[in-house]
Design a protein. Structure first.
Length: 342
């Protein structure tokens, strides 16, 4: 919710103290497709930039961006849809998948090319499930379990692209869906203590990000990366759209992801895509206290992630006719509305 503020008194720009975080701490306050205005720095170091009066302050993260990751890509056209038209559409997509020049093939190839181009990612599995070559949800859960159990590095990336259940973002397969809870339990049982980057490029995928945040609050992991590391529960979420949006093939990796110039890591920009989708992210490795990565945590463990992800903006305006700064706490869902008014 918006704090009380006389918008007409606002004189200039916002300083966003808690920008949306990505794999590289890349951020932006713009919905433009131009990516030249984001600032990133490897190793989770603090970075800042200023242009047109707009400043950004990415927070420190516990896991260096150059941490080596093993990668599994899972793509599915599913067969668990709310209506017949969706099933027909999925089968049509599957037919196009067999065409070398199809958008679906291009999307998978683009993802693989970016992963292979980076020096800190190792491709382990690429699995595609479509009509004529379908497996059960339990089969893919076993494959994910195998991937987690046999991960030789300190971090893993699970990237899903494909069909999702309406309203939940759950991954669709011929006999059912894979839920966030399914993947989270596999992580706790087979990968706990390592960093998991979970990329969801599907409709309603923002629901998984929201569920991840709720799960952290439910199990009592305080809203600072120190607590996540202490408990060995270090999940980073990247979704291709909000919880109420549909996703379209190819746009997310094409508009939102690229390889760092030094080929050390992938950058997830978090900007609005040309398709109208708004990517979301959540990183439990973010250090939100003043001590940084190496110091003891100064945050109260009772502080919840759901509260920590509100946007605190510093706005220059007037108070009783005199120049003054105003701190404004902005609900994430009203961020764009706030910026428009300012």
């Amino acid at each position: 919710m918006l704090a009380k503020l006389n918008i007409s008194n606002v004189l200039s720009s916002i300083v966003q103290l808690n920008p949306q975080e990505a794999e590289t701490a890349g951020t932006s306050n713009s919905s433009s497709a131009d990516r030249s205005d984001s600032a990133t720095e490897p190793g989770g170091a603090l970075a800042s930039t200023s242009q047109s009066g707009n400043q950004k302050f990415p927070l420190e993260v516990l896991d260096p961006m150059t941490l080596h990751k093993e990668v599994m890509i899972l793509a599915s056209f599913g067969d668990h849809f709310p209506d017949v038209d969706a099933v027909a559409k999925a089968k049509d997509n599957a037919e196009r998948m067999n065409e070398e020049s199809s958008p679906l093939n291009k999307e998978l190839q683009l993802i693989q090319d970016m992963v292979n181009e980076s020096d800190t990612y190792s491709m382990k599995y690429v699995m595609v499930d479509f009509p004529g070559n379908q497996c059960t949800r339990d089969y893919y859960l076993k494959r994910i379990e195998h991937f987690f159990t046999n991960c030789d590095k300190n971090a893993a990336m699970l990237w899903y692209t494909g069909a999702a259940e309406k309203g939940t973002g759950n991954w669709c397969f011929k006999d059912g869906v894979i839920t966030f809870q399914d993947v989270f339990e596999l992580y706790l049982n087979h990968l706990r203590g390592k960093v998991l980057s979970l990329v969801c490029d599907c409709s309603y995928s923002g629901k998984w990000r929201d569920e991840c945040i709720r799960k952290y609050d439910e199990i009592g992991v305080g809203a600072c990366g120190h607590f996540s590391k202490e408990q060995g529960i270090m999940v980073k979420m990247f979704t291709s759209c909000k919880s109420d949006q549909e996703a379209y093939e190819f746009w997310y990796p094409q508009d939102n992801v690229e390889v760092d110039e030094e080929k050390k890591f992938l950058i997830f920009w978090g900007k609005q895509l040309r398709s109208g989708q708004t990517p979301r992210s959540f990183a439990s490795t973010t250090v939100r206290c003043k001590n940084g990565r190496d110091g003891p945590c100064l945050t109260d463990i009772s502080w919840k992630w759901g509260d920590a992800l509100l946007y605190l903006s510093l706005v220059r305006g007037k108070d009783r006719g005199k120049a003054a700064w105003h701190y404004v706490l902005v609900d994430e869902e009203k961020e764009e509305q706030f910026k428009e008014q300012v």
